[in-house]
Structure formats: C-alpha cells, structure tokens
Design a protein around this ligand. Structure first.
Ligand code: ADP
Ligand code: MG
Length: 202
C-alpha cells in the first residue's frame, strides 16, 4: 500500500487570485499545514485545456448541475432548468471565460489526506457561504446571486481536486510526469516518522 503521505492533489490559482495578489497568502495556508509543493507553474490556459479539465470526470456535468439545482432550491428559487446537463453547459461556458481571462498558477501539493485537507482549507464553491477561516470564505465575497445576475462563473479564487480519483486525472492534465519533483523536506520526519528521534543533541 502507498503511504498516505504520498497523496497528491491539484490546485489552480484562478486569474482572480493572481490579480488580487493572493498567491503568497494561499500558498502559505497549504504550506503551513505541512503539505509539500511538488509541482508549480504559471500558465495561460487554452479554452480546450479548461474544458478538458472540467470534463475529465464523466459525472462532473451531472453532479455540478444537481448541486446547482439544489442551491437554487435552498434559496427558495426555481432553477433555470430541471436538466442538470443544460445547467452545466452554461456553467462550463462561463468557466472557460473565467479561467482564460489571465494567467493561472497550477500546483501539485503532496501529503497525508492532501485532497480532503486542501478542500477543507479552501472552502465551499460559493465564497459567501464558505466558513470563516477558509480561503474562499476569508478573501472573496462572491455569491451565486451575483454570478447568476451577471451570467458568469462564481469567482472563488481556486480550483482544488474534489476526490483522489479526480486528482489522479487532473494532475497529468496539467503536468508532465517529469515536471513533478520527488524530494524530501526535513519536517516530514516530524509529521510521519513512527518514532520522534534525533531531537535531543545528547
Ligand atoms: P468546486 O470548484 O468547488 O469543486 P465545481 O466543481 O462544482 O466546484 O464547479 C467548478 C467551478 O464552476 C466552481 O469553482 C465555480 O467557479 C463554478 N461554478 C460552479 N457552480 C456554479 C454555479 N452554480 N454558478 C456559477 N458558477 C459556478
Ligand atoms: Mg470541482
């Protein structure tokens, strides 16, 4: 079995994160948890690259559509369509515009439970309802109400893989294997070693 510390997740800093000068702040939050950065690059994605990214999981269209219908109902509103695929087609068009609007930073973070923990630190899809302390909750006021009104994607600064399976498809979509670096950081001994040894000098 692969040790949990080998788990990797993809993070994209979307164009608004770069424009808001938040890259250092965001990286700091993942880094201080003890995660290790194993890949990093700045890219201007093509439309095909963004569409490819969001449709890697054949269920993404249905799940995102269903999630959106649910969020309308929770707000006491009637969804624009009952068909999840129809709803997602519009979201995808707007997402392509959003992610190609400026440079993006792609990163791969490695560490125990990295997929789940990066999502926890990042917060939920809608910044307005993301808890205080999460990146989306702390740094951006966007909401479904505003994005619907302006017919655009929710501006939430970050993409983070939703599941380990998603991460395993998304990482090779953005990085060649040789762009990911295997290396050690010393604090991994404190995080993961079975015994805490070698702290006292005598
Ligand atoms: P997450 O990024 O939290 O995993 P999804 O995978 O459901 O969210 O959706 C991808 C991205 O599409 C979101 O980060 C957001 O920018 C945008 N988005 C999702 N749902 C909506 C929606 N109902 N209205 C506008 N934009 C949306
Ligand atoms: Mg997602």
């Amino acid at each position: 079995m692969v040790h949990p510390k080998e788990e990797r997740t993809l993070v994209l800093l979307k164009p608004d994160a770069i424009q808001r000068a938040l890259m250092g702040e965001i990286i700091r939050r993942y880094e201080r948890l003890g995660l290790k950065l194993v890949g990093l690059k700045m890219v201007v994605p093509t439309e095909a690259q963004v569409e490819g990214h969001y449709t890697l999981d054949p269920n993404w269209r249905r799940i995102t559509g269903e999630k959106t219908i649910k969020s309308y109902r929770e707000r006491g509103l009637t969804p624009p369509s009952e068909d999840p695929h129809e709803i997602t087609a519009k979201i995808l068009k707007n997402l392509i515009k959003y992610l190609t609007a400026g440079p993006v930073i792609a990163m791969v973070w490695q560490g125990a439970h990295s997929v789940e923990l990066v999502r926890k630190i990042t917060g939920g899809t809608e910044p307005r309802s993301s808890p205080v302390g999460t990146i989306r909750g702390d740094f951006v006021p966007d909401s479904y109400v505003m994005s619907d009104n302006d017919d655009r994607a929710v501006r939430n600064l970050i993409h983070a893989s939703g599941t380990v399976d998603e991460a395993s498809m998304e990482i090779p979509h953005w990085f060649h294997a040789k762009e990911l670096i295997d290396y050690k950081v010393t604090h991994e001994d404190i995080l993961y070693a079975k015994e805490l040894q070698g702290i006292f000098t005598s």
